[in-house]
Write a new protein. Sequence first.
Length: 450
Amino acid sequence: MKKKIIRTRFAPSPTGYLHIGGLRTALYSYALAKHSGGKFYLRIDDTDKKREVAGAREKIFEILKLFRISWDEKPVVQSERVKTGVYERAAMSLIRSGHAFYCNCPPRNVKESGVPKVLRDPCRNKNLSSGAIKLMVPEGKEIEFYDFVMDRKVSWNSSEVADTILLKSDGFPTYHLAVVVDDHEMGITHVIRGVEWLSSTPIHLLVYDYLGIEAPLIGHISSILDPSGGKLSKRKGNVAVEQFLEEGYLPEAIINFVILLGWSPKDNRELFTLEEFVEAFDIKGLQKSNPIFNKDKLDWFNGYYIRKKSDGELLHLLKPFVTNVFDESLMSRIIPLVKERLTKLSDFENLAGFFFAFRKPAPNLFGKNYKLHLQEALKVISQLEDFNLDSLNEGLMRAVKMNNFKTGDFFMDLRVAIAGSKITPPINESMVILGKEETVKRLKYALYEI
Ligand code: GLU
């Protein structure tokens, strides 16, 4: 018998930015399908028009493309499918089979957890002929499925499940109906989604059952935790993929980091491109425990991928992060000096801004012998006819020895005078780039104007 190909989908709602957890769902779904040559689809779940944010859909497309997560065929857009009547037909067939009813109640009180207080709707026995269409949840029925991510059976008693709206009175389906109808029509074989959707699953399973269609395999991935405890959230720090990109994290680093936020390979390998992840992907590697968002790890990946870039590539990548006039030849001389020290592209400004504009050093950054140090440095530099790295290294080291300075203290004061900071690229190399005139000017400023 021919083996059924794996078909997965990523189905974001365009209600805001793409969450790092959303990117993870997309990645795992993509890898699950592509590992065995299957299909990966993109669906925009936009039936809740009130919550839609303008531009969010385009942003999702843009970000997925940037990460090279490509989808098969055209994206399916639920709001466009409303006109075709698919959702209405499904809801009507449930009415006819007695598994749904019309309801005219105002929206129900919903507790904070999202679980309605009243599980059984008063309209269920009224035989109304118009209004919203709700699922008629049976009493005392065991609803069970095998979660292929958690690798266990999960079950509910239907008495815990609420009569839930499937089709609103404006003709738009809710998520619960649309997800079933569309996953079925798209031939989805495996659904991977966040564990926050687990409580919706019994509703979907009932709808599948009542529509007489087979449910796909469903797996829920565990929530990403903040290192301070609790779920990763906007309140505790950044969670938007877009914002990480704006801060100067490279897509390669973000993707590598996210791959390992809930999945681990058989060996201890840590470095993955998207293609390598697809190749290595195995459902068994999906973790059941909650991964912790370790920012240091992300920083490590980012530094690693920055250092893998050629200087030319970095020149291009750094462009949006340079606030001063972008001088290409100056940039090409600075980049080799800062490459080793960048964690994020946005560090560039802090680390190398002094090349473009003078930064007054804060007096408290200097050591106690700074005047002596700077005087000697100024003497050496002013006398240098050929201002190059060798002559500078040699002249300054001679001054350090002759005056019995501590090398570290001497160069630290030089850093502060030249760059206004204790953390700089190699300082002698930096002075050569700045040129003799500017270097002398800055030393004099630190000596006489502070
Ligand atoms: N539209 C839902 C979301 O925003 C999809 C959940 C699911 O994958 O079923 O995540």
